[in-house]
Design a binder for this molecule. Sequence first.
Ligand code: SF4
Ligand code: SF4
Length: 474
Amino acid sequence: MKERTFTRIFQNGTRLFIVILATYFAVMHQLKGVLGAPNAHVFCPFGGLETLYKFLADGGYIKKIFPATMILFVVVVVLTIVLNRAFCGWICPLGTLQSLFDRIGRFFKIKKVQVPPNVEKYLSSIKYVILVVALYFTWRIGDLVYGPYDPWAAYTHIAGGFEELYDEFLIGSIFLLVGLIGSVWIPNNFCRYFCPMGAFLSIFSKLSPTRIHRNQETCINCKKCDKVCPAQIEISTKPNVSSTQCLACGDCINTCPVDKTLFHSIRGKSPLRWLVYGIAVIAIFFVPVFVTKYLGIWKTNFATAQEVVIDESGALNPYNIRGSMTLEEVTHTFQVPAKFYLEKLNLPQDLDKGRMLRDLGKEYNFEAEIFRELTAEYLQQQQPEQIQEKPVEQQSTGHDMKQEESIASHSAADIRGKTTLGELLDYGLTKEQFQELTGVNMPDDMSIQLKDFADQHGLEREGIREKIIEILQH
Ligand code: SF4
Ligand code: SF4
């Protein structure tokens, strides 16, 4: 077997293995919940970039992100500096899925759309805008704001059902469909135009000494490389591919009819065999994973339900309850009798407590979030004296006196998703602080609940709530 054919099989095998592994984790996470398997964000290095600000500030991680994500982020940056965008062409499962659809299109001889160069240039800059916006809001709000728009997150929630995709990942699902089906005509369109991680890596790829090199003396100018390139780069006219759009996929090397005419090279001088390049990619990516796993640093998910709901102050926070937790885990962690939930929600007494909250919600027609509210209510009932003792300095905004007194006897930590915007002002939050935090002017209708406001503006409910509490407590 020719080395080129072997390398192609090796590359495709690696990519397929990663897709299958990631899909397996995604399905297990949906079936077994937050303790059963890691969530999709853990293995996406973009999560590492999103948590970077918090990690540098206090060594912590934003929700759904674990040390493994940060390790992958560092590994991928190093990989890019050394071997260009090899992560995109060899590892990224979303890139692999798009390549699959690209090949399906080629198999059925569907003609590719040639995007005019000036339009391509304009479209490919969209991903930098997405990168800046996603980082700005994530770092300010302290939560994964990109999640609902992320096609990979949508893909990994397919097993959760259409309803979950529609409710939580509508835009991500649209990106996914356009990215995959659209790749039949415009290959890897998500990578080329919309991927914020691709934008980030393309900046680092500038530092890489590794490029695709073309031997101009042996090239027969057949232009087959141009036709197969998923990034629509005109390879046949250049000595080196310097475009940051190059995904390092090697499709051009594989297609070139003249052996050793296209190859990876270091600074355009030292040729790097494609197989050696591939082995180096796998080594740089996987060795740190195994080493950190061996050293016990590699952590991908929570070990106990308590870890899931604990907040930064070390307290159990009912608003961290996830739909993927079981009723048993909630009752055990918060010491709330199961009977309390069963009565409040009119659920059968012999209910299987080992079922996930979101499954119960689907079957009995309520939102899993109700468990957060009920748990908070129960805990509040258990500690009324403590709550009333908390001092408050508030300014009146003309609300009903009774309501005001009630709020004035609570602390900011009592702010919930059902707290109205008017009540937030009573807690002491100013309109300016609210606008700075959410990026949206406070509406005239003060009766809107915080959770509804967050949903309307695509903001993460819990992230906003925590930031408000943080501001009020300082
Ligand atoms: S130039 Fe070659 S390696 Fe780069 S994206 Fe195009 S086909 Fe892939
Ligand atoms: S496929 Fe190979 S021979 Fe054909 S134009 Fe590209 S580099 Fe030259």
